[in-house]
Design a protein around this ligand. Structure first.
Ligand SMILES: C[S@@+](CC[C@H](N)C(=O)[O-])C[C@H]1O[C@@H](n2cnc3c(N)ncnc32)[C@H](O)[C@@H]1O
Length: 236
């Protein structure tokens, strides 16, 4: 095990990095419940799918939504990003539909290899139970609606929710074709004035960057809401 993954070393690094992030975040947005963010971050200490600024930004986007907001996430893996969004939501009817095949199936070769390695280490064939356990541990089960499906198939089966969604977060298949297809399939779900956000804009997943750039150029998005790390969010 690499030195940085030793439990004590990991805990010290977590306390330093998270503490540093929170000092800035509290100054920028003193109105948000950063204790709740910290509680979720502690739970996902070992997760390496996103940085504190990215996790914090998802938490902020969700906190800024109206009461009982409806969210769709495409690509949930073990539910870390999903829980940061869940932690920011308010209202007893707020919900996140978490769309994922939960098997790391992806047309993006690099990603598929990474998922395969993780599945071998985990000794399981699906991350669905881990996703459920994470939601239950944090007390968010009532907010989660896992949708075990391919993204495009889910966009057809959830068709009655078109035009009703406050926030969509896309972090599924990172190939150019898949990201382009996801944007076309899911953009109609966002209500006017709602937000569509993406992970991995400007990251090594250049297909994602290219697909989003194309959509910016054709005027798909009304305005940029914000950027944090490789997350970019647009108003629709
Ligand atoms: C990068 S991970 C998501 C990480 C998660 N958003 C987080 O930050 O904690 C991408 C996920 O997308 C899923 N995925 C990839 N292609 C998909 C597709 N076409 N349909 C549904 N899920 C897909 C994979 O199974 C994987 O769990």
């Amino acid at each position: 095990m690499a030195f940085k993954h030793w439990p004590l070393v990991r805990d010290v690094r977590f306390a330093q990095k998270c503490g540093r992030y929170l000092r800035g975040a509290k100054k920028r947005r003193p109105d948000l419940n950063w204790e709740e963010f910290h509680r979720i971050a502690r739970h996902f200490k070992a997760d390496d799918m996103g940085s504190f600024p990215e996790r914090g930004y998802l938490f902020q986007l969700a906190s800024d939504l109206p009461t009982d907001a409806q969210v769709i996430e495409v690509g949930s893996w073990m539910g870390a990003s999903t829980c940061f969004i869940a932690g920011g939501l308010k209202g007893t009817k707020a919900k996140i539909a978490a769309v994922d095949n939960f098997q790391g199936l992806s047309t993006c070769g690099e990603d598929a290899a990474w998922y395969n390695r993780h599945f071998r280490q985990l000794g399981v064939k699906s991350t669905l139970e881990i996703f459920r356990e994470n939601f239950a541990s944090l007390g968010f089960s009532s907010r989660a609606e896992p949708v075990v499906s391919d993204s495009l198939a889910a966009s057809r089966s959830l068709a009655d929710r078109r035009g009703t969604i406050d926030l969509i977060f896309i972090d599924g298949d990172h190939s150019y074709d898949a990201c382009r297809a996801d944007i076309a399939a899911w953009a109609p779900y966002v209500k006017r004035g709602g937000v569509m956000a993406f992970h991995d804009f400007g990251s090594r997943a250049d297909g994602v960057t290219r697909a989003i750039f194309e959509q910016i150029k054709i005027g798909r998005f009304a305005e940029i809401v914000g950027v944090a790390g490789t997350i970019i969010a647009f108003r629709m």
